[in-house]
Write a protein that binds this ligand. Structure first.
Ligand code: GDP
Ligand code: GDP
Length: 433
């Protein structure tokens, strides 16, 4: 799993500029729930080979200074709760402000790594000016320019140094995370699932602070349940609940093998659910979609099929995902949900022997070779599954750059047909041979 880094600071200091520089071309998830007042962004980045998630916890805030200050407090509190490290950004142009002092006051009490980034240090004069930020009492600072990139490398070197190591595969038990929007029924599902305390085998404190796996033995399956909002819910201001749950989802998704994505049948697979689905997919996690509160739906002949089709449209192009219709209230298909999650877990850790893979795939490729491109013909010679914790395949050929996405999707679909990777994202690489 990757670590989480939060960027906090007043509006206009350059947080988004910095964020965009870090995630480069990668897509960012935008959370615009709270409407016009602010957007929050989430993206993935890596530095020196270490991957991490980065969250820009707040953009523009309108309102009086009072509201403003409360917003900042919440932002910082959220970062303190959820992140492994915090970048506190200030602006050399404006110098130290009252708001900066307030944030510094909160951050001085935290025992997580805090990096003070003095932004907009675009030239030598400004690097002299930056000295005044020592007054914040946070020790060493990193002068940088988000616009031209200078100084950002030094900050990132120091940052990745303190991030926790990746924990993938430290335990062979499946790790499930129950994620979804507030009110979808996650807590009810977990309660129904784990029943009484006697099913708890042990609590394992993760190496990452604030994350706890709890080990369960239920329905004949042993698994770890990754801590989510549903388990340790904190009272939060209502308007923040949604984003808070996105933060928790990010944390839980990063930490699990399979996500059980719970949605409320009466609300459907809306934009927020799509965001969470997207997060799971981008992180190469297994996914099972649980359409909960099915008891509330009027059932007609084709309702399951129609509902399923609608969800699949939203999931495109990754549609090979189990969708179950459950009711936590009536305990309908709760067992099936876990059984399916275990299957997806197995699919995700499946390793196809190279010999078998080639025996199956080469004739298919022979029959439907990559289309010619600019008069060139691509010859795929063999393929192999890479030794990664989730399915990735390399196809070796003479002209990898000429294989376009539609053909890669064709290969992916064939792999899915032949080997069952239901619920699991697959990556395909074309390599030169
Ligand atoms: P945010 O509100 O903290 O996300 O700030 P933005 O990233 O939106 O930046 C606010 C303004 O500062 C924009 O006009 C940016 O172009 C500008 N800015 C950001 N980084 C730098 C920098 O390194 N140098 C200078 N001179 N301007 C910057
Ligand atoms: P969470 O915020 O996702 O953890 O959602 P909760 O578990 O707190 O559930 C939100 C509300 O939905 C509660 O009032 C539950 O009783 C209700 N609920 C949960 N599952 C079902 C279900 O299967 N059917 C119906 N009708 N209500 C449900």
């Amino acid at each position: 799993m990757g670590a989480i880094v939060a960027v906090v600071g007043r509006p206009n200091v350059g947080k988004s500029t910095f964020f965009n520089r870090l995630i480069q071309r990668r897509e960012a998830i935008v959370d615009a729930v709270s409407g016009v007042t602010r957007d929050r962004h989430y993206g993935k980045s890596d530095w020196n080979g270490k991957e991490f998630s980065i969250i820009d916890t707040g953009g523009y805030v309108v309102g009086s200074d009072d509201i403003f200050e409360k917003e900042i407090d919440k932002q910082v509190e959220l970062a303190i709760d959820e992140a492994d490290a915090i970048i506190f950004m200030v602006d050399v142009e404006s110098g130290v402000t009252g708001m900066d002092e307030e944030v510094a006051r909160l951050l001085r009490k935290v025992d997580k790594p805090v990096f003070l980034a003095v932004n907009k240090v675009d030239n030598a004069q400004r690097s002299t000016d930056a000295v005044e930020f020592y007054a914040l009492g946070l020790g060493e600072y990193y002068p940088l320019s988000s616009i031209n990139g200078s100084g950002t490398g030094e900050l990132l070197d120091a940052l990745v140094e303190v991030l926790p190591e990746s924990e993938e595969e430290e335990d062979e038990l499946p790790r499930f995370a129950v994620v979804g929007r507030p009110n979808a029924g996650k807590s009810s599902f977990i309660n129904a699932l784990i029943g009484e305390d006697r099913y708890i085998v042990t609590d394992i404190a993760g190496t990452t602070r604030d994350s706890i796996d709890t080990r369960y033995n239920r329905f004949g399956f042993e698994f770890n349940l990754v801590d989510t909002a549903g388990i340790r819910r904190k009272a939060k201001v209502k308007e923040d609940l949604e984003f808070y749950s996105v933060m928790r989802s990010i944390r839980a998704i990063e930490h699990c093998d399979v996500c059980l994505l719970v949605l409320d049948a009466t609300r459907g697979f809306d934009g927020q659910v799509q965001n969470i689905f997207w997060l799971a997919q981008r992180n190469n996690k297994g996914i099972v979609v649980l359409v909960n509160k099915w008891d509330l739906m009027e059932k007609e002949t084709n309702s399951v099929r129609d509902y399923q089709e609608k969800i699949k449209k939203q999931m495109e192009p990754f549609t090979d995902v189990p969708i179950l219709f459950i009711s936590v209230l009536t305990k309908q298909r709760i067992y099936k949900a876990i059984e399916t999650a275990v299957e997806v877990y197995k699919n995700r850790s499946k390793k196809i022997p190279t010999r078998k893979l080639n025996d199956v795939m080469l004739p298919i490729i022979e029959h439907t070779p990559p289309p010619g491109y600019k008069g060139k013909y691509v010859k795929i010679k063999f393929c192999t599954q890479l030794p990664t914790p989730y399915p990735q395949f390399a196809f070796f050929c003479n002209l990898p750059q000429y294989v376009r996405d539609p053909y890669k999707r064709f290969l992916e679909n064939k792999l899915r047909e032949q080997f069952d990777f239901s619920g699991v994202p697959i990556t395909i690489f074309m390599r030169k041979k």
